[in-house]
Design a protein around this ligand. Structure first.
Ligand SMILES: [Zn+2]
Length: 193
């Protein structure tokens, strides 16, 4: 099956109040696996300034944060030995430990690095790779232990009071079920072609 990243441009033509022609271009991009689409606009009509969380980052850092390196080993819980002898799963700078407030039968929290506040432009390939590999290890350990835990999801929250999270359950989430259905339709279509 060849994966094709398809995009389609559209132009909206209209006039300003003096009767001059205006053309505005938009673009639709299609997910090759699910067929879902997203739209891009090239001029939103306003300049969006991302908020600066530097001060919030300083206030919530270090002794005030259970996930900073000085607290992580003292304040975060441990997996049972059947998941890992060490209690937590580490990969490079990423660490996975149990979610104290779980959303499913198996639920890990992934901390990407020991850097408390990571600006979007500071994320490195290495950090993201470590986080995904650590989550993958947890998925594999859970799958080996619990044959009913077939549906794994990885959700990434960002900014204050958030972290990455992995969960695995016997039941699918609504979004996951929808994606599986679309993926099956899409692969059937590709096979036919
Ligand atoms: Zn922290």
């Amino acid at each position: 099956m060849t994966i094709e990243f398809r995009k389609q441009g559209e132009v909206f033509s209209f006039q300003d109040n003096q009767g001059n022609d205006i053309e505005r271009k938009t673009e639709i991009r299609f997910d090759p696996l699910t067929g879902e689409s997203s739209r891009l606009i090239f001029d939103p009509g306003l300049k969006i300034q991302p908020p600066d969380y530097t001060e919030v980052g300083k206030e919530t850092c270090g002794k005030n944060c259970p996930f900073c390196s000085e607290n992580l080993l003292k304040l975060t819980p441990l997996f049972k030995r059947e998941i890992t002898e060490q209690g937590r799963i580490s990969q490079g700078s990423a660490v996975v430990f149990p979610n104290l407030f779980p959303y499913s039968k198996h639920n890990g929290v992934v901390i990407f690095s020991d850097q408390h506040y990571v600006r979007l432009e500071e994320f490195t390939i290495e950090m993201i790779k470590d986080a995904f590999l650590a989550a993958q290890t947890f998925i594999q350990r859970v799958a080996a232990l619990d044959s009913k835990a077939k549906h794994a999801s990885f959700n990434w929250n960002y900014l204050p009071l958030s972290g990455g999270e992995y969960s695995s359950s016997s039941y699918t989430s609504n979004g996951f079920r929808f994606t599986i259905k679309l993926s099956k339709n899409s692969s059937r279509k590709s096979t036919r072609v």
